[in-house]
Ligand binder design. Structure first.
Ligand code: DX5
Ligand code: ZN
Length: 217
């Protein structure tokens, strides 16, 4: 399957967001990091900004909620028209119920686990999800180093997906670059979030092409 590249706008210029979005029109989706300064020690933006990004983005939105109480808030992000909404297993009170609510609102439902969270927290409910995100850094900031020790979780999830005939996307997020994307692809990931690796260079479109090529190699 062709690798999908989701640039993370956490590394884009927040004051010139519409211009930043126009540089990634060849991406498969745009990864939108919502942080509340509680679940993670950083703050980005909320529903109003995500709604405006939705209005002007040339590609679908992949919203990554790093917030407390996603049971309360995630459905509202689905209502903005986001193609997918991913919440954290560590924060949700009832992940299955929430996934069903997201799907009922027309969004793809995603669940994410931090580097220290075992896959056992999601394996029983995989059929309820369209995407599983294995964090490859501690969530909160762009530009951190890829944690290769998370790869066994990606391999296990890819194996379980195959064995059970499931079709969820397997996403990685954090430290994905031309140096690391091959490792994550070999482990079984098929959707790659990249912030600094896409927006850190002169030409984001070139970076997207290069990352996709290396993931498919
Ligand atoms: C980190 C965010 C990531 C971040 C990745 O908590 O979830 O999406 O933007 O940034 P890079 O690709 O620079 O590690
Ligand atoms: Zn993210």
């Amino acid at each position: 399957m062709t690798a999908r590249i989701h640039p993370s706008i956490l590394s884009a210029d927040f004051v010139n967001m519409e211009a930043a979005l126009s540089t990634i029109a060849t991406a498969d989706a745009v990864h939108v990091d919502v942080m509340d300064n509680h679940f993670v020690p950083n703050l980005t933006f909320g529903l109003q900004m995500v709604g405006r990004i939705q209005d002007v983005s040339p590609v679908p939105l992949d919203v990554h909620l790093m917030i407390d109480d996603p049971d309360r808030w995630a459905p509202e992000y689905a209502t903005t028209g986001a193609a997918g909404v991913t919440f954290h297993a560590e924060a949700a009170a009832d992940a299955v119920e929430l996934a069903r609510e997201l799907r009922a609102r027309g969004a793809r439902a995603g669940i994410s686990i931090k580097p220290g969270t075992p896959i056992e927290s999601v394996v029983d409910d995989l059929a309820e999800f369209d995407l599983v995100l294995v964090m490859t850094v501690e969530p909160g900031f762009g530009g951190q180093a890829f944690m290769e020790e998370t790869m066994p979780k990606v391999r296990s999830l890819a194996h379980i997906r195959e064995r059970r005939g499931l079709t969820f996307d397997l996403q990685v997020d954090g430290g994905i670059s031309t140096e690391t994307i091959g490792t994550a692809a070999a482990a079984g990931a098929d959707v790659f979030v990249a912030g600094s690796a896409v927006f850190g260079g002169a030409d984001p479109a070139d970076r997207i092409t290069e990352l996709r090529r290396l993931a498919d190699a």
